[in-house]
Ligand binder design. Structure first.
Ligand SMILES: [Zn+2]
Length: 145
């Protein structure tokens, strides 16, 4: 979102996330385009610019998510909301299988698919980072343990 977010709020969001994308777990230092503040519930859908509705997201996760708030599951076709970093536990909805982010729930499935968490180029990037011991980043243990 391009909506104005005060610098103090941006800093809070980045600090709270240990500068790690709260969806794909890449560290901001390992991204080319940096990370952004994501409105978990987009303004378009009534979300507010408040700490409880903001997440730290890499450019790819934020771009693929856009203003969406969920999708239809492939199995049941029912609308399912995305993973919410403020109210959900990452490990309840995803698990790491090497560098792949495997969904553990329908929430994880729609989030993984729409945010393209396992796109080939993203897997390649994480593989390279894993080889130099930068993926998963140290702070990500708070998310995945
Ligand atoms: Zn990401």
């Amino acid at each position: 979102m391009s909506d104005y977010i005060p610098i103090q709020l941006r800093q809070l969001v980045a600090h709270r996330a240990h500068s790690i994308c709260e969806y794909c777990l890449i560290h901001e230092e390992d991204t080319y385009f940096g990370c952004q503040v994501d409105h978990i519930i987009s303004i378009k859908h009534g979300g507010k610019t408040v700490a409880t509705n903001l997440a730290f997201a890499c450019t790819f996760c934020n771009r693929f998510k856009g203003s969406d708030i969920g999708s239809l599951t492939l199995t049941s076709g029912t609308f399912t909301r995305f993973y919410n970093p403020r109210t959900d536990s990452w490990k309840n909805h995803f698990k790491l299988d090497g560098v792949r982010i495997e969904p553990r729930s329908e929430i994880g499935e729609v989030t993984e698919r729409i945010l393209q968490l396992n796109a080939v180029d993203r897997l390649l990037e994480r593989s390279i980072l894993a080889e130099i011991d930068r993926f998963p980043p140290k702070g990500a243990l708070d998310f995945i343990d």
